[in-house]
Design a protein around this ligand. Sequence first.
Ligand SMILES: Cc1cc2nc3c(=O)[nH]c(=O)nc-3n(C[C@H](O)[C@H](O)[C@H](O)COP(=O)(O)O)c2cc1C
Length: 335
Amino acid sequence: MSELMPSEQVARYLVDEAVWAPSVHNTQPWRFVSSGQQVSLYADAGRGLPIADPDGREMMISCGAALFNARLALRVLGYAPETWVLPDPGDPALVARVGWRQRVPVSDFEQRLASQVHRRRTHRGAFDPEPLPHGTLAALRDGAMSEGAALRIAADDGRRAVLAAAVQTAEQELRLDGVRVRELAEWTPAPGSARSDGVPATSYPARAERTDPYFPGRDFARGHGWGLPPLSSAGSYRAAGVAGVLTTAADRPADWVKAGQALQRILLTASACGAAVAIHSQPVELPRLRELVRNQLTDGAYPQLLLRIGMVIQVAASVRRDTDDVLFRADGDRG
Ligand SMILES: Cc1cc2nc3c(=O)[nH]c(=O)nc-3n(C[C@H](O)[C@H](O)[C@H](O)COP(=O)(O)O)c2cc1C
């Protein structure tokens, strides 16, 4: 497909795909610099969340997800990506460098994942009662492992209840903390906003959908009544989905980048199987609750995100900044 594609065009395609990664509050905390047959991915601290994410853990997870898309984009073009994560100890904002030289044909599975990059949306709320297609959970677990992380499913009711309680407690605390609410408000524009970042009102339900157990979503609307009207199926039984925790063995920036790549592999794999995923980071933003989840549910591995996976007809929309706003050339020009 790309035998003669110039490096600049490859870099642009890679970034076009990378920016459709998920990011905490859709902050899109990244910047890309192209130089020959290489793109450097930087974390953009100006788009960080000093209150919710003081260590930049969720920022690095978000950048890790973008890195996965960048690697996948190169595979679609028939390149074997070379990846260096956190290559410069003197520059912790340099999340990764990705290069392309060697050619290896793309696989059908990689094509299937890539076809979901623009289609996938974060789900918020309940799921339809249908079970996941056979083999989905195994594929998600294997995918997490191949990126150096783990997806631990809360298989029994007791574990599901603990996870739900952690989300409920966290969400309650976050809603009562004025400083945190103000920070969230900066990333939740009003309906009709022309902003190309933040969580748009077209991406979350206006009314919480109760499930048993209950995993409350973030309060993006903050009492304004914003959000999508209920789905037509809202009257029937709605399910919480399969709940699990994405974990890493250690908890350093390199582990956060692994968690982000694993997250995006999970999201795209689920989407390719016809399933959707809800992301809950409320409990892992509060150290006491994160520790509780670690002690009770993950055998000491570090919880990075809580996920719910299920079947649903997706109606959510999202927004992104233009590639031109985030891609620069090493000589300083925009890419
Ligand atoms: C580290 C991280 C944490 C997130 N936490 C939440 C969360 O707590 N609640 C939620 O609804 N979405 C969460 N998200 C999803 C983002 O809000 C979502 O990716 C972003 O708004 C872009 O929308 P999209 O994924 O539909 O493209 C999180 C995403 C990441 C990467």
